[in-house]
Write a protein that binds this ligand. Structure first.
Ligand code: AHR
Length: 491
C-alpha cells in the first residue's frame, strides 16, 4: 500500500509559536566563551565581543528566543558577579562543567546585547538551587525596573539607562537533580515562594516558567500542576535523545545501523512524553493556558575523543538532522500545548547549530534543518491526515510530516525519511486550495555518518529538490534515504 497524506490547506489549527524554534546557550564548555563571546580584543572578527561569523549564521536561522545562563550552571550562577567593569568581575569555578575558571566576562549586559543583535527574546533562568529569593527578585528589578531603585540605579551606573524588556523567566532548572535534588512537593512550594517576588515592573509582563520534569517523570508534572499550576505560565520538560545509556551514550560519528534505528526510535519517543505530560496538564488546565516548554532537547552522545569530558563537545551528522526534523515536526503538531522549545545547545555543545575551532566556523546538518524549517515560525498548523506505513524491520514510520500555512498564503510541508537505506514514496493530496509554483529543498547525504568538518565544511548541505510530480492538487514525491525535505506551494 502507498503512503498517502491529505493536507487540508483551509483547516487551520493552532498557531505554531515561533518560540518552538528557540535555542539554549549555557556557560558550558566552549558554548559561551569561544563560541559566542571572544571579547572585544580578540583577533577573531567581532562586534562588541560577539564573534561576527556565528552572529551572522544565527541571525539567518531567525532564533526567536534564547535561554541562558543554564542549565545546571543557572543554579550555581550569581548574577551580581557578572556585572560592572569586566576587569573587576569575580572569577569562580564552574564546578558542574569541567571545573574551569569562569571569569564572568559574559554577564547580563552582554547577554541582553547578544539577544538584541540576534533579534531574539531573552529567556533567563534564575537560581533556586543555591540562590536566595532576594537575589532572584533583585535580578528582575535590575533588568526591568524603570525609575529610582537600588537595582535600577546600579544598572544605570553600569551604562544601561533604559530597562530591558524581559518576557521569559525560569524559576530554577532541573530542581530534581543538579538544581537542588528536591522532591516535587518541596520544589512546588519553593516555586510558589520564589515566583511571588518575580515582579512585573511597569508594562513588563513576565511569563514565568516552572522547572519541569525529566523525560517520563509524570509525578513531577502532576505535583507541579496541582500545587502551583495557577501561578505559572509555562512548565518545562527536558528530554535528550541518547542512543545508549548515560554510562555509554554512543559515538556521535562512529555508529552502527542498529544505533541509527535506536536513535530514531528514541527521538520519536518525545511524542509520547508530550502526549502524557499534556494529559496531566489538561486535567488542571483544560484551557491550555500553561505552555509546555521543552527547554532542553536534542541528541546527547559521548564527547568527541580527546576533548574535555565536561565540555560536551560532539560532532553532528545527517543522523542529527533527522532527529531535528522529526522533533520539530512533532513540536509543530502539538503546538496547542507546546509553546516553546530550546535545542541544547547553540554552539559547540551537544546538538549544536555551529561548531568553531579558533577563527573557523562550520554549520552543522542540524543548522540546515533549522534554516529549512524557519518557514513554520508563527504560521498556522494545518490539519494533516497521514496514512503512513511502518517499515517492517525497524518499525519506524516510513514518512514523518508536519505542514503549515503562513500569512502570505504559502503552504510549507516538511517531510522526513528516517530510513538509512530505503527510499520512500508518498502521495500528498492538497485539499482546500490549488497548488501552484511547487518548490522543494532537500538535506540528505550518502552515508549515515556524513558531517561537515573544518576541512570539508559543505559535505552536508541543502540542495534543490525536484523528485516530485504535480498533477492537479496531488503531489507524488520520492524521498531518498536519510532525507529531510521542505516543499512549498503558493496559493
Ligand atoms: O544541556 C546540558 C545539561 O543537561 C544542562 O545543564 C542540564 O540542565 C541538563 O541536565
Amino acid at each position: 500500500m502507498n503512503n498517502t497524506i491529505v493536507i487540508n490547506t483551509d483547516v487551520k489549527k493552532a498557531t505554531i509559536n515561533k518560540n518552538i524554534y528557540g535555542h539554549f546557550a549555557e556557560h558550558l564548555g566552549r558554548c559561551i566563551y569561544e563560541g559566542l563571546w571572544v571579547g572585544e580584543d580578540s583577533s577573531i572578527p567581532n562586534t562588541n565581543g560577539i564573534r561576527n561569523d556565528v552572529l551572522e549564521a544565527l541571525r539567518n536561522v531567525q532564533i526567536p528566543v534564547l535561554r541562558w545562563p543554564g542549565g545546571c550552571f543557572a543554579d550555581e550562577y550569581h548574577w551580581k558577579d557578572g556585572i560592572g567593569p569586566r576587569e573587576n568581575r569575580k572569577h569562580m569555578v564552574n564546578t558542574h562543567w569541567g571545573g574551569v575558571v569562569e571569569n564572568n566576562h559574559f554577564g547580563t549586559h552582554e547577554f541582553m546585547m547578544l539577544c538584541d543583535m540576534l533579534g531574539a527574546e531573552p529567556y533567563i533562568c534564575g537560581n533556586v538551587g543555591s540562590g536566595t529569593v532576594q537575589e532572584m527578585s533583585e535580578w528582575v528589578e535590575y533588568m526591568t525596573f524603570d525609575g529610582e531603585s537600588p537595582m535600577a540605579n546600579w544598572r544605570k551606573e553600569n551604562g544601561r539607562n533604559e530597562p530591558w524588556k524581559l518576557k521569559y523567566f525560569g524559576v530554577g532548572n532541573e530542581n530534581w537533580g543538579c538544581g537542588g535534588s528536591m522532591r516535587a512537593e518541596y520544589y512546588a512550594d519553593l516555586y510558589r515562594r520564589y515566583q511571588t517576588y518575580v515582579r512585573n515592573y511597569g508594562d513588563n509582563k513576565i511569563y514565568k516558567i516552572a522547572g519541569g520534569a525529566s523525560a517520563d517523570d509524570y509525578n513531577w508534572t502532576e505535583v507541579l500542576m496541582r500545587e502551583a499550576g495557577r501561578m505559572m505560565d509555562g512548565l518545562s520538560l527536558h528530554y535528550y535523545t541518547v542512543p545508549g545509556d548515560w554510562a555509554g551514550k554512543g559515538s556521535a560519528t562512529d555508529f552502527t545501523a542498529d544505533e541509527w534505528n535506536t536513535t530514531m526510535e528514541k527521538a520519536l519517543h518525545i511524542e509520547e512524553l508530550i502526549v502524557k505530560h499534556s494529559t496531566i496538564m489538561d486535567k488542571y488546565d483544560p484551557d491550555k493556558r500553561v505552555g509546555l516548554i521543552i527547554d532542553e532537547w536534542g541528541t546527547w552522545f559521548d564527547v568527541e575523543p580527546g576533548t574535555n569530558p565536561g565540555f560536551l563537545y560532539q560532532q553532528n551528522t545527517i543522523r542529527d538532522a533527522l532527529v531535528a526534523g522529526v522533533s520539530l515536526n512533532i513540536f509543530n503538531n502539538h503546538s496547542d500545548r507546546v509553546q516553546m522549545t530550546n535545542i541544547a545547545q547553540t554552539v559547540n555543545v551537544l546538538q549544536a547549530m555551529v561548531l568553531t575551532e579558533g577563527e573557523k566556523m562550520i554549520l552543522t546538518p542540524t543548522y540546515h534543518v533549522f534554516d529549512m524549517y524557519k518557514v513554520h515560525q508563527d504560521a498556522a498548523l494545518l490539519a494533516v491526515e497521514p496514512n503512513i506505513q511502518k517499515d517492517e524491520a525497524t518499525k519506524l514510520p516510513e514518512i514523518h510530516v508536519s505542514a503549515s500555512k503562513n500569512n502570505s498564503g504559502k503552504t510549507n510541508i516538511t517531510l522526513c525519511n528516517m530510513s538509512r537505506d530505503q527510499e520512500r514514496k508518498v502521495t500528498i493530496d492538497l485539499r482546500g486550495g490549488s497548488v501552484s509554483d511547487m518548490t522543494g529543498t532537500i538535506l540528505t547525504s550518502a552515508n549515515m555518518n556524513d558531517r561537515n568538518t573544518f576541512d570539508n565544511p559543505d559535505a552536508v548541505k541543502p540542495a534543490p529538490f525536484n523528485d516530485m510530480r504535480v498533477e492537479n492538487n496531488s503531489i507524488s514525491v520520492t524521498l531518498p534515504p536519510m532525507a529531510v525535505v521542505l516543499l512549498t506551494a503558493a496559493e
